[in-house]
Design a protein around this ligand. Structure first.
Ligand code: BEZ
Ligand code: FE
Length: 298
């Protein structure tokens, strides 16, 4: 049959995959075709709307380079990144419970975002990655254990954040390289400590097609203040997560839907004086304490 009617096209596309040798790819593509066609039917998409969508995606692609990832931003602001993270976390949690669980709940994951930069310098515990950057100093400390409470020594915390005005090094428009990033490794007791700044809320980059989409949707582009971490150690499942600043605006309306209650951390403000690591502080500073829990790889 040469001619396909509108109601036959969906099945015809699926039937063309009869020779597909990759069952998972076939399953994903079949569902994608079904849902995309159902969406077009539901909204009765006009030709003009479809060409506008293609132009939008073209502009999104043109905005991607090694410092700007507009497609990740699109996925994040549509809640897709967080949905993928949350579903996989649920799956991992079920496997964890079926395997007997642990005394403690593992640290929750959230979105990675577009500002991760591989190869941050490994710095000694206690180092300050916020020195000379805009922002109020903050001391971060805590412990990494497994879900039975056993300390994980030499666990890597790969940390990154924007400055106290919410700007990431990648957005600073210079070639000065990495700032406000480092890898720290826990001591024998699983403890970590370092200095940075208290992160501010900030808008996700909104000068591109995604920003235009957000404005048209009537949405703000802001994320609550947070610091990112990837926490990993041999023999354990790694977690990509944030610590959110408890008194930050936008916790209830994160532009990328990434907030988890278990990751909201109070930042205590201290007057000038001696900090917990003995550092003499001549200006007020903040401190935040958070313990991470990793699931042993079974
Ligand atoms: C971030 O937290 O760095 C981020 C996440 C999603 C989109 C933009 C930024
Ligand atoms: Fe961020």
């Amino acid at each position: 049959m040469a001619q396909l009617e509108a109601e036959d096209i969906t099945q015809a596309v699926i039937d063309r995959m009869a020779d597909c040798q990759d069952p998972r790819f076939k399953q994903v593509m079949t569902a994608l075709v079904k849902h995309a066609h159902a969406f077009i039917r539901e909204v009765q998409l006009s030709e003009e709307e479809w060409i506008n969508a293609i132009l939008f995606l073209t502009e999104t692609g043109k905005m991607c380079d090694d410092k700007r990832q507009e497609f990740i931003l699109l996925s994040d602001t549509l809640g897709i990144s967080m949905l993928v993270v949350a579903l996989n976390q649920l799956k991992a949690a079920r496997a964890f419970q079926q395997g007997g669980g642990g005394a403690e709940q593992p640290t929750e994951a959230t979105v990675q975002g577009p500002f991760y930069w591989e190869g941050a310098p490994a710095l000694p515990l206690g180092a300050d990655i916020g020195e000379n950057m805009p922002g109020e100093p903050a001391y971060y400390q805590g412990r990494v254990t497994d879900t039975e409470g056993r300390p994980i020594a030499n666990c890597c915390l790969d940390v990154w954040s924007g400055d106290g005005e919410g700007v990431y090094d990648m957005q600073m428009g210079d070639d000065a390289g990495m700032r406000l990033r480092a890898r720290f490794h826990t001591d024998e007791d699983g403890r970590y400590r370092f200095w940075s700044i208290k992160p501010s809320f900030y808008p996700v980059p909104d000068d591109g097609p995604v920003g235009g989409m957000l404005r048209r949707m009537g949405r703000h582009p802001n994320r609550p203040g947070h610091i990112h971490m990837k926490v990993y150690a041999p023999g354990h499942q790694s977690v990509t997560t944030h610590l959110f600043v408890a008194d930050s605006p936008y916790l209830d309306s994160d532009a990328v839907f990434g907030v988890r209650n278990s990751l909201i951390v109070p930042f205590t403000t201290h007057p000038p004086g001696t900090a917990p690591d003995g550092r003499a502080m001549d200006r007020p500073y903040h401190s935040a304490t958070y313990d991470f829990r990793l699931v042993p790889a079974r």
